[in-house]
Design a protein around this ligand. Structure first.
Ligand code: RIB
Ligand code: CA
Length: 313
């Protein structure tokens, strides 16, 4: 029985690795659609990058729905300083031939989820949560109808990667995140504390390149460019491969031990801590748990899974 999946994303390379890995695991996933949102780069570029990656994999059958071009209430903040002007710097892929599917991503999400039996569709949310919040506003039953939303975002004790307090996906649209975390949906959150442990080291990128396929070569270069910022900032060998953790959690939950169901809230007021995820890891607030938070990861098992799967495309 395959899991029906929607991937909401703002492609930079780690986003694209997520939906490509899903396509390389057809025995596990039916990828219903890729939905794009403004985030790492503006919407026209995140949408173009999604189309480029699917074209590279020969999977233009997967619909790409474009969504929100800005957060719910704040101006868009992008991250070209990490991902380059295009969001896909490092390898010059041709402009896509395929076009986005007709329709607004939040509406498409509602239609895909509500037209299937309750508890059968999962969303991997790899970007600011604007599309998800809009879909929930459009269809109040969405949260309870979904099987699960697996979110890459936030930080427990790692600190933020945009401000000292906030991680990028949450920081760009904190109101959307607050909406999702209070929705009652079945949520799994994978914060920086987890993703920072799983890095694209030089050795791992060489293992990817050694797969010898065109796609492996392209992502060798895209990921090699993409890791520079974090290597310079943190002094690491490699950069965190953030977003595919959401998918590999669904494939190999054993790679993510010691998760806890706890209360998570999102700061939407204070200018200094805007977008902070307040994760009650020790349950001191007495607030009800609203998310499973994953902090530990078998980084080698995770990266080997990614490399092996990408090598099949
Ligand atoms: O903070 C990490 C997140 O921001 C990831 O989703 C990465 O793709 C960037 O969007
Ligand atoms: Ca992302």
């Amino acid at each position: 029985m395959t899991r029906a999946l929607i991937i909401d994303t703002d492609p930079s390379p780690d986003d694209a690795v997520t939906f490509l890995t899903a396509l390389a695991a057809p025995e596990l996933f039916e990828l219903l659609a890729v939905t794009t949102v403004a985030g790492n780069v503006p919407l026209d570029l995140t949408t173009k990058n999604a189309l480029k990656a699917l074209e590279l994999a020969g999977r233009t059958d997967i619909p790409v729905y474009a969504g929100a071009s800005a957060p719910l209430v704040r101006p868009l903040i992008t991250a070209e300083y990490v991902h380059g002007h295009t969001g896909f710097d490092g390898y010059d892929l041709p402009d896509p031939v395929a076009k986005p599917a007709a329709g607004f991503a939040p509406e498409a999400i509602v239609e895909m989820v509500m037209s299937r039996p309750k508890g059968t569709v999962t969303i991997c949310a790899l970007a600011p949560l604007t599309n998800i919040a809009l879909a929930m506003a459009r269809e109040p039953r969405l949260a309870e109808h979904l099987a699960e939303i697996v979110i890459m975002g936030g930080a427990l004790s790692e600190g933020g990667n945009v401000t000292p307090a906030a991680e990028f996906n949450i920081y760009v649209d904190p109101e959307a995140a607050a909406r999702v975390f209070t929705s009652g949906a079945n949520l799994t959150l994978i914060p920086l504390d987890c993703t920072h442990q799983a890095r694209t080291t030089a050795a791992r990128l060489e293992r990817l390149r050694a797969k010898g396929t065109k796609l492996a070569e392209v992502f060798y270069h895209l990921l090699s460019f993409n890791k520079r910022f974090d290597e310079q900032k943190y002094g690491w060998d490699g950069g965190p491969l953030h977003d595919p953790t959401t998918l590999v959690w669904l494939m190999h939950p054993e790679f993510f031990p010691n998760g806890r169901r706890v209360n998570v809230t999102v700061e939407t007021g204070s200018p200094d801590t805007l977008g902070m995820t307040i994760i009650d890891w020790w349950s001191v607030t007495g607030k009800p748990a609203n998310a499973l938070v994953l902090r530990d990861i078998d980084a080698e098992g995770y990266m080997t899974t990614i490399i092996d799967r990408l090598g099949r495309l």
